[in-house]
Ligand binder design. Structure first.
Ligand code: MRU
Length: 363
């Protein structure tokens, strides 16, 4: 893999091209990002979203910022700070900008062309490493699926997922969806319950689109359906991605994940979080107290986008104007509700001891 990924790539002028996730699944268009401000806009307005891809876009954004600041290192630092602050919860964003800026500091005395080349190569390396991590997560996750299937002699394996943690969110096969793609390769009969994931509908719009493209059987459900399905023994496992995970295993993910974890606990359904090491925040142990939760515009709750009967994309107001709305982007699932963390290094218990042991070299 060298710089061409499914959700983002560099064009012939070394600008970053991304799939516009705001308009999927009804339109497939791209947006070209040429500088730092456009990087910030794309992350803020969710042209791109999902912890991993945000990190990748930010890394390429630092490269574009370096090109724009033409040797002025102070300017580059300012632009990188803007990119770093474009969204608050997904820690891959800060991780990627810090990694790029650490390299920029080391290489700042190089000739301008070589300096830029070093930054571009680092951004490509970050994305390449994400692809490798996704593949490992796919394999460890699919091993769990295989084991549960065999133990319970299941014919079809039913997974429930929330939001989108496929290749639109982490290059190049995702985190939560990676084991599902791998299970398909292993000829495991798999069916996915896709939470629609209000208010932005990342499940209905993005996960369902990815699964349909891959030919994986799936059913979109309203967000409140999962608990009932679990009571009826229609869910064999829940897998979600994460945006920031504390050293204790407390995991921030799209709003509503916590409620699924509670229902899973009450029904003895295994609940896994899939994540690469770059999604850990080893500085914190209490996720509920310490992970910053983004509050987004109330318009995301009050308006919905879709196709009308004539097939035209329309945005409709679904809440009366005189009511206000509150839009928390994420919630935190406490470690006690998590069966395990599926990482590129293996499956890890959600606890300070287990995480510290597996990621000792990074802490
Ligand atoms: O607000 P988003 O769409 O950027 O949030 C992304 C998520 O919360 C996803 O659920 C995902 O699991 C994390 S990215 C792998």
């Amino acid at each position: 893999m060298q710089g061409k990924y499914k959700a983002l790539w560099l064009d012939e002028n070394d600008n970053l091209v991304v799939l516009d996730q705001r308009v999927l699944p009804f339109e497939e268009t791209t947006v070209t990002i040429t500088n730092a401000q456009e990087t910030v806009d794309a992350i803020e307005n969710m042209t791109v979203r999902g912890a991993g891809v945000i990190g990748n876009v930010a890394a390429f954004g630092v490269y574009l910022a370096a090109r724009e600041s033409a040797g002025d290192f102070d300017r580059l630092e300012e632009l990188a700070k803007d990119i770093r602050e474009s969204r608050p919860t997904a820690v891959n964003l800060m991780w990627a900008v810090d990694r790029m800026m650490a390299l920029a500091k080391k290489k700042q005395k190089l000739l301008p062309a070589n300096f830029l080349k070093a930054l571009k190569n680092e951004a490509i390396l970050i994305a390449d490493e994400d692809c490798e991590r996704s593949q490992k997560i796919a394999e460890y996750g699919a091993d769990i699926i295989e084991e549960i299937m065999l133990n319970r002699e299941l014919d079809t394996f039913n997974v429930l997922t929330h939001c989108n943690a496929g290749w639109l969110a982490i290059v190049d096969s995702g985190t939560a969806l990676a084991p599902i793609y791998e299970a398909q390769k292993r000829d495991i009969k798999i069916h996915v319950w896709v939470d629609e994931t209000r208010p932005r509908n990342q499940g209905a719009n993005l996960t369902a689109w990815e699964l349909a493209k891959a030919g994986i059987e799936h059913t979109v459900i309203a967000d409140n359906t999962g608990g009932h399905l679990m009571q009826q023994k229609m869910v064999d496992m829940v897998i979600t991605g994460a945006d920031r995970v504390a050293k204790s295993g407390d995991s921030a993910n799209k709003i509503g994940t916590y409620l699924k974890a509670l229902a899973a606990k009450d029904n003895d359904v295994p609940f896994y979080i899939a994540l690469p090491a770059s999604t850990f925040d080893f500085e914190i142990t209490d996720g509920v107290e310490q992970i910053p939760i983004e509050i987004r515009s109330e318009d995301e709750v009050k308006y919905m986008r879709g196709l009308d009967k004539e097939g035209r994309v329309q945005e409709l107001q679904v809440v009366q104007s005189q009511s206000s709305a509150l839009n928390y982007g994420f919630d935190v699932t406490p470690a006690r509700l998590i069966t395990g963390l599926i990482t590129e290094r293996g499956v890890c218990e959600a606890s300070v001891d287990a995480v510290s042991e597996m990621f000792e070299d990074l802490i």
